[in-house]
Design a protein around this ligand. Structure first.
Ligand SMILES: [Mn+2]
Length: 342
């Protein structure tokens, strides 16, 4: 990819002199959020910067092996220290999200912060709250974008094994283990070079995907056998989980990761959703095949957004009302859902 020349010049000057730097990412950080953030952290440390990493809430346990994860400060656990870091930072890198509200707990602090805010992200329609935006929706992941940036800066030789491993996690998880958003040779060229840098793909795959707890596996079974509704005439399938379901299966953060993809795996299903009842909201994960845009759907009806084929949103009415509302809304998309090609 060719970044604008002035962007590259600006980046070079940003990282040239030692600074207080903050790297942060979105609420409920996933593999790409953590992978891209840790990779950038390892990279910036090489330039002598004082780098802090803040994530809004804890990361899923299947990411805790990642190199540098012990450096992650969880905002929720220590808001005072984190606020101080936010306000002292000279540069603030915002990774894998497109609006300050996505960090949830410290969006106000971030917006008041005086540090130079740099966005590195691949979600649609980024907000204008950043001083410099590196937003590219055609890449698989923010991790891929971080690689491209480092390479454009001519610092590819600084990518070592820890950085390579972090970037692999991001690319692997944001493509559903290379099953979507990855029909581009560039993604695989980058993967090849990350393997050359020492990242072991098989090992990383095992660490990320083959570490289900028994209760997580049983929760998945419960979702598929008792909480899956398929609406054949609308090519839609959804799964819902109540707070009681989560308690029964000893829910841990990350346990519902990927569940929505099972609904999408059903033949002819164009639109899939997962509704999870939280303390203060219903979390909605949306997935689609082909041209049906869940980004638009989430924006229009649930004040959410994301990518064309993967988006998220929240609902602030009950689970039952949310499901009724969803069914009513999708009835209006019958034609689109029936004629979707993928
Ligand atoms: Mn991402």
């Amino acid at each position: 990819m060719n970044f604008p020349v002035d962007t590259i010049t600006l980046f070079k000057s940003l990282i040239s002199r030692s600074k207080k730097v903050l790297v942060t990412t979105h609420y409920n950080p996933d593999g790409d959020a953590v992978g891209a953030s840790l990779a950038l952290y390892h990279f910036l440390v090489k330039f002598g910067h004082q780098v802090d990493l803040i994530i809004p809430n804890d990361l899923p346990s299947f990411l805790k092996w990642m190199p540098g994860s012990e450096k992650l400060l969880i905002y929720n656990d220590n808001p005072e220290t984190c606020n101080e870091i936010i306000h002292n930072a000279e540069v603030i890198f915002c990774l894998d999200f497109n609006a300050l509200s996505r960090v949830r707990y410290y969006s106000d602090e971030l917006s008041k912060a005086t540090g130079f805010k740099v966005l590195i992200d691949h979600h649609l329609q980024p907000s204008d709250e950043f001083d410099l935006s590196l937003s590219e929706i055609k890449v698989s992941s923010t991790s891929e974008l971080v690689y491209q940036l480092v390479s454009e800066l001519s610092y590819e030789h600084l990518i070592d094994k820890p950085i390579a491993e972090c970037l692999v996690v991001g690319i692997m998880t944001d493509t559903g283990s290379f099953s979507y958003s990855c029909d581009t040779p560039e993604t695989f060229r980058i993967m090849a070079s990350l393997i050359e840098k020492g990242a072991g793909i098989e090992r990383i795959h095992r660490l990320v995907y083959d570490t289900y707890s028994e209760s997580r596996m049983r929760l998945l079974g419960h979702c598929l056998s008792r909480r899956l509704k398929v609406i054949h005439e609308l090519n839609t399938a959804y799964i819902w989980l109540s707070k009681d379901d989560l308690t029964e299966f000893n829910y841990q953060p990350g346990d519902t990761e990927g569940v929505v993809n099972y609904a999408l795996s059903i033949e002819n299903v164009s639109l899939a959703a997962l509704f999870t009842e939280r303390d203060d909201r219903i979390r909605i994960s949306l997935r689609s095949k082909g041209n049906f845009s869940v980004n638009e759907f989430a924006r229009l009806h649930f004040n959410g957004g994301g990518h064309r084929n993967a988006a998220g949103a929240d609902s602030f009415v009950s689970l039952k009302e949310t499901l009724d509302l969803f069914e009513n809304i999708i009835a209006g998309y019958r034609e689109q859902l029936n004629n979707n090609s993928f």
